[in-house]
Design a binder for this molecule. Structure first.
Ligand code: MRU
Length: 405
């Protein structure tokens, strides 16, 4: 690990209302988004960072190296679309919205790397770039939704140079909208959080999982900004510990009171009446059924919340809705390497990042990355356009950006 750096994120600064660019829900989202960007202070210097950005001159996708957090803050630039796909696969960047924006910029990056004027050859190349980025991680639908939307835009161009320019403009538009949708989720969801509540969240659905602001954390940050006093429990989220590392880091920077709990502790706390509300993110919500795919362990928490009569919400931008699949069983669930379960990454007292084996040396492991929660366990879906019962997504599909492919 490199030099340890002190980080602090300043409190939100309300900015002028941003112009809405509602890609997935044109006309559906209010046009008075609060813009609540995340600012990071490094060695006394405060700057607004986006989790995903693009360097036009170098044709690089810029990413916060999330595997190093919370111990080191570093921005990397991917040289080409193969490196961009690898960054998604290896979880340099992770979280449905963030990998959606990364895939969008990766598609633009790949398109812009094409040399020559041959339109047919260019389109074949763009098809390869699309597949490479799509295959990087299978469960989140945001990358596919983002790239499909970009391809429709790119069809409007008639020459290679023109299409390359459209691709980059579209990727930027997707990224901007991701941030705007998250801010709107905060405005919609903040009313669910009351003074004195204890809120549980799972994995990281924060600003690191999006371009900015976050989904499950958006209501938390908005309620905090409104001056409400509450407490957040972060599930540690084994095996990769996104709750203990990323969500806890974000909340600490924002000054939101919180504690990390072992994944298995949530049921105990719920039964004791020590959790009042659960808010999670999602990698794919089925628009037809309201089923929610999210980080492994979400289903367990939803069943426990239901059993203990605790409201359970999923917070999503509209790019997380899959209008095509008809059954949760059909959602592709990523199986990851067994080393994630058999050991853990951490930082030694000397600041060196190391992997340690925890499990019995001769044992193997099974590592499904996500699970699917049936609609009956979900109280509501918090979207930029309002809070809906899971079963109401389909009936309200026009408002929620449904488009026929
Ligand atoms: O494997 P990860 O870290 O990409 O998983 C992330 C999650 O499961 C988040 O909860 C999810 O992406 C919703 S927030 C974008």
């Amino acid at each position: 690990m490199g030099k340890r750096q002190t980080l602090a994120i300043l409190r939100f600064k309300q900015q002028d209302a941003a112009t809405p660019k509602a890609i997935f829900c044109r006309g559906a989202v209010r046009d008075d988004f609060a813009n609540t960007p995340m600012n990071v202070t490094l060695k006394g210097q405060t700057r607004h960072y986006r989790t995903v950005d693009f360097d036009e001159a170098k044709n690089q996708v810029l990413l916060i190296e999330q595997r190093l957090l919370p111990h080191e803050f570093k921005i990397i630039g991917t040289q080409d679309m193969v490196e961009t796909a690898a960054a998604i696969k290896d979880m340099v960047v992770r979280g449905a919205g963030a990998i959606g924006a990364t895939a969008a910029f990766g598609l633009a990056q790949g398109a812009r790397a094409y040399r020559g004027h041959d339109l047919a050859g260019f389109k074949r190349w763009v098809g390869q770039v699309y597949q490479t980025l799509k295959n990087a991680r299978p469960t989140a639908v945001d990358p596919v939704n983002a790239m499909d939307w970009m391809l429709r835009r790119m069809e409007q161009g008639t020459a290679v140079k023109e299409i390359q320019a459209i691709a980059l403009a579209a990727a930027r538009e997707f990224a901007d909208e991701d941030a705007e949708h998250c801010a709107a989720i905060g405005r919609q969801g903040a009313k669910l959080i009351k003074n004195g509540m204890r809120v549980l969240t799972h994995c990281n659905a924060g600003w690191l999982a999006f371009v900015d602001v976050g989904s499950a954390t958006a209501p938390i940050y908005a309620a905090w900004e409104q001056g409400k006093k509450f407490h957040v429990f972060c599930d540690e989220t084994r095996p990769r510990c996104q709750g203990a590392t990323l969500t806890a880091w974000e909340l600490a920077q924002q000054g939101v009171p919180h504690q990390v709990i072992a994944d298995n502790a949530a049921g105990f706390l719920m039964r004791r009446g020590e959790i009042d509300l659960v808010i999670v993110g999602s990698d794919r919500v089925l628009g037809r059924t309201g089923e929610v795919a999210n980080k492994i362990g979400t289903y367990t928490k939803a069943v426990l919340a239901h059993e203990n009569k605790i409201p359970f919400y999923a917070a999503i931008p509209l790019s997380t809705i899959d209008w095509n699949l008809r059954r949760g069983e059909d959602i592709p669930i990523e199986e990851r390497g067994e080393e994630e379960v058999l050991g853990a990454w951490g930082v030694t007292k000397r600041g060196k990042r190391e992997y340690v084996r925890v499990a019995n040396p001769t044992s193997g492991a099974r590592n499904p990355g996500f699970d699917v929660t049936p609609a009956k366990y979900i109280t509501g879906i918090i979207t930029p356009a309002g809070i809906f019962k899971p079963g109401a997504l389909w009936t309200r599909r026009e408002k929620l950006g449904f488009t026929r492919n």
